[in-house]
Write a protein that binds this ligand. Structure first.
Ligand SMILES: [Zn+2]
Ligand SMILES: [Zn+2]
Length: 122
């Protein structure tokens, strides 16, 4: 069991944490955070933080605090497993429209994963 220091657990502090983790804080995400808080589900900042930066289960946990109807493009470190949301306009947004048209699909979504080695890993 890890020794935990409980930080103030408010929507503001979590927003600040997510910002530090490289997530863009949209009004929508803020709303989802708010909802998480209102649901009263017990999660410490540390749990959210480790969910956002540890391997494997990380991405599932991610989606719990994301809008599942939006797509998120990620950078994933092969070495330490940290996951960073990519904060640039989607590189394949136009392709998505073209694919939808060509295959007769609507309401497309996607999630790109770029694998590499992050700046903090040797
Ligand atoms: Zn890394
Ligand atoms: Zn994308």
């Amino acid at each position: 069991m890890m020794n935990r220091t409980e930080a103030a657990f408010t929507p503001e502090s979590v927003t600040e944490l997510l910002r530090r983790e490289g997530l863009r804080i949209t009004r929508n995400r803020r709303g989802i955070l708010q909802a998480l808080f209102e649901s009263g589900r017990p999660m410490s900042l540390q749990e959210i933080q480790s969910a956002a930066s540890s391997h494997e289960g990380a991405r599932c946990s991610y989606y719990e605090i994301s809008d599942p109807r939006k797509h998120y493009d990620h950078l994933i470190c092969r070495s330490c497993g940290s996951v960073v949301l990519i904060d640039i306009p989607c590189p394949i947004g136009d392709s998505e429209k073209r694919i939808a048209r060509q295959y007769g699909f609507r309401d497309l979504s996607h999630s790109l994963e770029f694998f590499g080695v992050c700046a903090t890993c040797p």
